[in-house]
Design a binder for this molecule. Sequence first.
Ligand code: V07
Length: 250
Amino acid sequence: MQLKPQEEEILQQLDRRRIPAHLAIIMDGNGRWARERGLPRSVGHRQGVETVRQTVRFCDYLGLKALTLFAFSTENWSRPAAEIDFLMGLPEQYLQTELPELVKNNVRVNLLGDPERLPAQVQKAIDEGLSATKKNSGMALNFALNYGARAEIIRAVQALAGDLQRGKIELPIDEKLFDSYLDTAGLPDPDLLIRTGGEYRISNFLLWQVAYSELWFTPVYWPDFNRQHLLRAIADFQQRERRYGRISPK
Ligand code: V07
């Protein structure tokens, strides 16, 4: 990958052995990016997809094990119908151009969230992406679509309660068992959560999984987020001391 000199410089300073295994991103600020340029929101979303393309490539290049992107929340259904229609075309558009490269690079696509409410066409496009990459053993690329963390937790509890009733599992219920019912089963928890767009909230994203994640916020709008920003986030992540509630060893 051809990097700019400034990018090379930050990369040199990183500890390549301490790249976060799992990065999660709340991709916010597309609408405001467009508005500030006098452009329709759809242009911001389209530019946002371009940032997704670049980010996925770069994370794979850096050797991340998992990348989770918050693409559409359960709350986003309250947006105008025309905007939702446009957004629902993006998964197919993205996969149409990127799937060959994802397959070639051994990336595995996953979906987080409840697929039931997604339009049939979106489900079909994503199913194709899932099946074309399901045997891949490289980076896990997770799209959270019609996702809400509380709804995910409730779905997990419902499935778990069902299995308990049918005698498929036994008490006690511990964290590991509960984890296996979440949409993120089998993935490590995110080491780092990035939110772009200047808001300082988790907004019902991966509530259980981010219990110990480092949080990194930036005012940069998602369409403007680039490799340099990502490298800075990782550099900051590596500067922080992760203690998981223990006291400092010093
Ligand atoms: C969406 C672009 C990124 C900024 C945030 C909102 C708009 C990629 C996908 C996607 C989803 C599933 C999939 C492949 C790609 C996507 C939506 C919105 C709804 F399998 N970007 N992106 N989906 N945006």
